[in-house]
Ligand binder design. Sequence first.
Ligand SMILES: Nc1ncnc2c1ncn2[C@@H]1O[C@H](COP(=O)(O)OP(=O)(O)OP(=O)(O)O)[C@@H](O)[C@H]1O
Length: 304
Amino acid sequence: MKLEVKNIRKSFSGNEVLHGISFSVESGKALGLLGRNGAGKTTTIRILMDIFKADSGEILINDKKFNPRNYPIGYLPEERGLYPKKKVSEQIIYLAELRGMPSKKAKESTKIWLERLGIGEYANRNLDSLSKGNQQKVQLAQTLVCNPEIVILDEPFSGLDPVNAQILKDTVRDLISQNKLVIFSSHQMGYVEEFCEEIAIINKGKIVLSGNLKNIKKEFGKNRLILSSNDLSLNNLKVMLEDRFKDLVSVNEVKKNYLVLELFENTTKKELLQKLLEENIDIEKFSTYEPDLEDIFVKKVGGR
Ligand SMILES: Nc1ncnc2c1ncn2[C@@H]1O[C@H](COP(=O)(O)OP(=O)(O)OP(=O)(O)O)[C@@H](O)[C@H]1O
């Protein structure tokens, strides 16, 4: 399956908050929808789920108009909407049956998911007697109980401790390997980086970067190198480069343990290395720069 979001616009009371959002994702892949608070992630997801209508633009699945009611979708909304005073397993079974799952299967699948997410022991407890993180896992069980083909998770990691975040990461990895189509929103880059093949960064209602994460990293790292020296501090190394190497490279950034350099168009790595050796610099690190997603995000969005 291929899901395409094309040029979506949305206003609230005359104030446009999405200015033409486009991205696409296929089965067997996860797309990370990234952005700062208020960027437009949840609004985009609500439009995908047909909770809000877009003012213009379209959403297609395999080139046809997408209606979420016609597809097996698991949706974890940002506002977690289960019944606080009802028993955990009862409400998951009830919601699975509402979505058309036969009663016996709903019971089996609920049991499997509660066990798998490590909350089997709470099956007969009222939801509001569980901790926030465990309630979040109940919501996740509810999202996945019907074995959806499309999984949409709005901020699934919020409120989870590292152990539970790991359980969720393993679950998402399994979904990807079972050829599900996964979309999730987050402003936590680490999670996205671990298993998203595709990303779309939204800033102030616009996509500022989207596509295959590996390719994006390659493009960002192009012509960039890291350099540090055993005998010069980073600041002294920077001053020296800006003085004697100004025709070859520019210093892009001073990181904690190294400088990030950008080679000018006609300079090769080999040439730079030779010149550095000629200057008798005791090189500690000299390698291709591989940006992490956080670097890319900060560059594109200008802050965390
Ligand atoms: N129902 C609504 N009525 C009016 N404005 C809204 C409504 N829903 C969202 N907005 C506005 O749309 C913009 C985008 O909000 P949205 O919730 O989509 O951002 P987000 O990226 O999900 O943020 P966060 O990470 O904080 O959840 C914000 O300026 C928000 O105030």
